[in-house]
Design a protein around this ligand. Structure first.
Ligand code: ASP
Length: 325
């Protein structure tokens, strides 16, 4: 079998971070450029031919349309290139799940696309970035990865973009999947998939470089309607409420959001709990709400943005998009 040609699109994050001390706590994300990174990776003896492109070099707290609008076309170029077998996106872990899901929704995933990061900077003792990267190369070089949408590799596990979420602030095992825990196990030398590919290469939604603004409101005891309305700003086209429990909220907040939905601003009920499945309730029809199902608030926000960009504004049509997970 000849070595896979893999395009690496670098956006920064801790995987490219430097602390200046092997044991320091503070560090700067996005310091190492992709050429230097690939030179370092060259020493690992990976059976793949890697070419790199620097899309950005940022902390992923700053991730958003400015970078996505460069990253998406770069992915499309790579997927259309006959000399490219797979794509790796290096990314900060803080918002990795959002970029991975956005790409999952809007790319024709006809080849493997893998998003990877690291929890420790490159000069720290126990740097996890090289192993995660080597694992990502293993996944991106496997044609069987293509039928599983965009994937995230962290630790020795492969996650589907729709499921993956960061659940810890520290430590190399900071990611989990929900509702599917993970879809495969990987090491630099082995890859085991759990089950058959579930998705063709088709693109789920059209890409838009002008995603509408959608806000998230975080529910808590004693949340007031006025707090939510003040928080949502003027130019918001949709709202996700990170509700308590199963997407619940105080009665006056519910009334205010039902009023918002009646004025044509879609409202999605998600949960602030870590594994928050939110199913439709009878009251959703009357309130004009959408239930987020298994998506956490930040993923629900991405899907709502993509729905709105694709002209889906009616709650029933948006609900179908949330149901099709
Ligand atoms: N703050 C970093 C980032 O998201 C964290 C990381 O990459 O692990 O860019």
């Amino acid at each position: 079998m000849c070595a896979a040609n893999i395009r690496v699109l670098a956006t920064g994050g801790t995987i490219a971070g430097i602390a200046g001390s092997a044991i320091g706590v503070e560090y700067r994300s996005g310091e190492i450029g992709i050429d230097a990174y690939l030179e370092q990776v060259g020493g690992l003896g990976l059976s793949a031919s890697l070419s790199g492109r620097q899309i950005a070099n940022i902390d992923s707290a700053d991730m958003g349309p400015a970078v996505w609008n460069r990253l998406h076309p770069a992915c499309i170029d790579a997927l259309a290139d006959d000399d490219c077998d797979g794509v790796i996106v290096t990314h900060g872990t803080d918002t990795l799940e959002e970029t991975a899901f956005l790409l999952d929704l809007t790319l024709p995933v006809v080849k493997p696309v893998v998003v990877v990061g690291a929890m420790r900077p490159a000069d720290a003792v126990g740097y996890d970035g090289l192993r995660n990267f080597a694992n990502a190369v293993r996944v991106a070089g496997d044609p069987a990865a293509a039928g599983r949408g965009v994937l995230a590799v962290m630790g020795d596990r492969v996650f589907a973009a729709r499921d993956v979420r960061k659940v810890r602030t520290r430590g190399a095992e900071a990611f989990r999947g929900f509702p599917r825990e993970s879809v495969g196990l990987v090491t630099p030398a082995s890859l085991q998939w759990f089950g058959a590919p579930w998705r063709g290469g088709g693109q789920l939604f059209a890409w838009s470089d002008d995603l509408p603004r959608v806000a998230i409101a975080y529910a808590h005891a004693d949340l007031r309607a006025g707090d939510v309305i003040a928080q949502r700003g003027q130019d918001i086209r949709g709202l996700v409420i990170a509700g308590v429990g199963e997407g619940n909220m105080p009665l006056d907040v519910r009334r205010a959001l039902a009023d918002l939905a009646a004025r044509g601003v879609p409202v999605v009920r998600a949960s602030r709990t870590e594994e928050g499945l939110v199913d439709r309730e009878e009251s959703d029809a009357a309130d004009g709400f959408v239930a987020a199902r298994a998506l956490n608030p930040q993923k629900a926000r991405i899907l709502l943005q993509v729905c709105l960009a694709n002209g889906l504004t009616e709650p029933a049509a948006i609900q179908r998009a949330f149901d099709e997970g």
